[in-house]
Write a protein that binds this ligand. Structure first.
Ligand code: ADP
Ligand code: MG
Length: 346
């Protein structure tokens, strides 16, 4: 494991079309760091630059303080796990995992020990003689992980590793990847466009858009206190309330709401996550942060229920853990804790 420092990295594959723009990022030793962003924002490019497979136009990469920007991939030894596993179909699992070690000159008993240890880590030690084609997608991805870990890399790079798996397997593999990273105290950079994956696994994450990092922080910070509207919408559902900020109030068609955080005066959009809205009776007395609404639709989700409500402004969504009986057409009040009203200048 190593501390990874990325400073001032820029990359354009074609002139005048920048893919990464002067990017700075530090990943602490042993940290599981996530890059979260829409398709095409430059995530894979940054991973390839870290692995040494793509040369940046500008900037410096350091592993534990050592400048590795010009170091070729095989000497950097950052291990990569891809979405499509990239296993060799004609080799059995043992040989797939052994490949990188052989390239490093490991042989004999040491080779056998390291391969079997890696296969044990992903719980596939009994499958060493099998070919990849005889395994499920999840098992193949575990082989790819074992192959990456066998060489004891300073940095593990994961590029959307679970995208090809179905939802149930994805959940199981998430837990597995986290267990292995913690056990081995790995420094890992994990790229995904799936916010659930990032929020559930990351020590810290960065939200990327169009070659720049918009915000960096813990999952809780990113979700509850997004830096801008893009981050708010990328990390989860939000209800938007257009309006205007004056003297620390959001003036909107739903009412005037006192802001708990300072915000500059002018046009702005308020944002509240659906689970931060509470449903009260229509005639609830004197609730400061609240507005009237009518229930128009219900989506039952088992552990929670999603209510769509008509307001003076637009439809809003409210997520409520399963509970009270309500019906379409009910008149209600929706209230919120001012701390969770986010406001972004427009
Ligand atoms: P992400 O992984 O976030 O989806 P990528 O890093 O793969 O994004 O791609 C970022 C941008 O760079 C995209 O517009 C993509 O088309 C372009 N791109 C990626 N690889 C190459 C390449 N080898 N040559 C030219 N353009 C590329
Ligand atoms: Mg990609």
């Amino acid at each position: 494991m190593a501390k990874i420092e990325i400073s001032g990295i820029s990359k354009a594959y074609t002139k005048d079309v920048p893919v990464l723009k002067d990017l700075d990022l530090t990943i602490q030793s042993g940290e599981m760091f996530f890059l979260l962003g829409p398709s095409g924002c430059g995530k894979s490019t940054l991973l390839r630059i870290l692995a040494g497979l793509v040369k940046p136009d500008a900037g410096i990469i350091r592993f534990d303080g050592e400048d590795v920007t010009e170091v070729p991939p095989e000497k950097r030894r950052a291990a990569m796990v891809f979405q499509n596993y990239a296993l060799w179909p004609h080799l059995n699992l043992f040989e797939n995992v052994a490949f990188g070690l052989r390239c490093l000159g490991v042989k004999g008993g040491e080779l056998i020990n390291k391969v079997m240890e890696a296969l044990e880590l992903v719980r596939l030690q009994d499958f060493a003689k099998r070919r990849p084609a005889s395994l499920s997608g999840g098992q193949q991805q575990r082989v790819a992980l074992a192959r990456a870990l066998a060489v004891d890399p300073p940095l593990l790079l994961l590029d959307e590793p679970l995208s090809n798996l179905d939802a149930r397997l994805r959940d199981a593999m998430r837990v597995e990847i986290r267990r292995i990273c913690r056990l081995r105290k790995l420094t890992a950079l994990y790229v995904t466009h799936d916010r659930q994956e990032a929020l559930s696994l990351a020590d810290r994450a960065a939200v990327m858009d169009n070659g720049v990092i918009r915000q960096m922080g813990t999952p809780e910070m990113l979700y509850d206190f997004p830096a801008d509207r893009f981050c708010a919408e990328f990390l989860g559902d939000v209800n938007l309330i257009p309006g205007r900020v004056e003297q620390r109030n959001l003036i909107s068609a739903l009412g005037n709401f006192n802001l708990s955080h300072p915000c500059r005066n002018g046009n702005a959009v308020g944002a509240i996550r659906p689970e931060r809205l509470r449903i009260l009776p229509e005639n609830a007395p004197d609730v400061p942060c609240s507005f009237g609404a009518t229930i128009t639709d219900r989506t039952y989700l088992g552990e929670s229920c999603l209510w769509r409500c008509r307001t003076a402004l637009a439809e809003v969504e409210v997520r409520e853990s399963a509970g009270p009986a309500r019906k379409i057409g009910d008149r209600i009040r929706l209230s919120f804790d001012p701390e969770f009203l986010l406001v972004f200048p427009e």
